[in-house]
Design a binder for this molecule. Structure first.
Ligand code: NDP
Length: 314
């Protein structure tokens, strides 16, 4: 008995700002998009609290609510949004295959990848419990809430250095917790950190616990060289130890950079495979904002529409 494989003009993988924006544009262009939401419907914004930097919300909104709004807008134009995650893909032929939940095959003329990235975390129970309540992986998103307060940031790469200097402009004091006796960040970024008076770098230091019940009230830091423990009195705790793009299932097909981000042809969302487009944090390690992800989601839908038109697929 043969089973019929569902075929669509446009499949969108992932449901963050990039995926939903691609869906709104694709649906309005009559591509009848089908979206596979993925493991974390709504993406990274669903684990943040307030969002104040997305244009169009003068009073701010909450990340989960914003993603509900995006979803409602995508559904209004007929996007078929489905539970499930894409477990593998096959981009060998002109028609692209995906497997959903390790069992259901679907095919499509165009695929828009909007699988995002995931922040790396220290792995502490307190970090998970206080996530969104003083613990954040995005200084640009959440730094504002700690204006005039003391905060800590863990990490020693370019992101941590950049975010520490960003926080230093808003906060009274920034502790930068570095696990080795040196930073990985570029020399230029290190200079910026060193030349910022209200940043104190704690080398050889490891966070043992983030303190607080309903919000952050401090961080317990252990110095591996002196063996001393120190409690930092902070109300915000930022984690900037890198991100992992959610692109593992594409690695046999798409050109990825050395850290796993999907390479797109500059000025477009096209990948090395015809008809496969990438948007949002899965292909952007530089800006990583909801609004930039949404912008590239729009680009991906327009690129997909033009590709289909050029191929005469209606
Ligand atoms: P990186 O991987 O470069 O740095 C991660 C940092 O986190 C390292 O210093 C690492 O320490 C530290 N770290 C990792 N795990 C832990 C842990 N469990 N506990 C404590 N510390 C930990 O990530 P970034 O996000 O900083 O940068 C990603 C890429 O983006 C890089 O190539 C970077 O250069 C680039 N970038 C460039 C910018 C720019 O040019 N303006 C701005 C931001 C990013 P250790 O050093 O000991 O391994």
């Amino acid at each position: 008995m043969s089973t019929t494989v569902e075929h669509h003009k446009c499949l969108i993988i992932g449901s963050g700002p990039a995926g939903y924006t691609a869906a709104i544009y694709a649906a309005r262009a009559d591509l009848k998009p089908v979206m596979i939401q993925g493991m974390q419907p709504g993406g990274q914004l669903t684990i943040t609290t307030e969002v104040e930097n997305y244009p169009g919300y003068p009073k701010g909104t909450h990340g989960p609510q914003m993603m509900e709004d995006f979803k409602a807008q995508a559904e209004r134009f007929g996007t078929d949004i489905r539970w499930g995650y894409v477990s593998s893909v096959d981009f060998t032929g002109p028609v692209h295959k995906i497997i959903v939940d390790e069992k259901t095959e679907m095919t499509a003329d165009t695929i828009i990848i909007a699988t995002g990235a995931s922040a790396k975390w220290l792995g502490l129970e307190s970090e998970q419990r206080l996530n969104g309540f003083g613990v954040s992986a995005c200084a640009v998103c959440d730094g504002f809430f700690f204006k005039g307060q003391d905060v800590a940031i863990v990490g020693a790469g370019d992101t941590a250095a950049e975010e520490a200097t960003y926080l230093a402009k808003l906060c009274r004091k920034v502790y930068m917790i570095v696990r080795r006796d040196e930073m990985r960040a570029s020399k230029a970024m290190q200079h910026r950190v060193m030349n910022t008076a209200n940043i104190e770098v704690l080398y050889n230091s490891e966070t043992k616990e983030i303190l607080g019940d309903k919000g952050v009230s401090g961080a317990l830091v252990h110095n591996n060289k002196t063996g001393e423990d120190r409690t930092l009195e902070v109300t915000g705790f930022f984690v900037a130890i890198g991100h992992d793009p959610n692109t593992k299932i594409f690695k046999n097909w798409l050109d990825l950079d050395e850290t796993g981000y999907i390479k797109t042809i500059p000025g477009s969302t096209r990948t090395n495979i015809e008809g496969v487009f990438a948007a949002g944090d899965a292909q952007d390690h530089i800006y990583r904002q909801a609004v930039t992800a949404a912008g590239s989601g729009c680009m991906a839908a327009i690129d997909a529409e033009r590709y289909l038109a050029a191929k005469g697929i209606h």
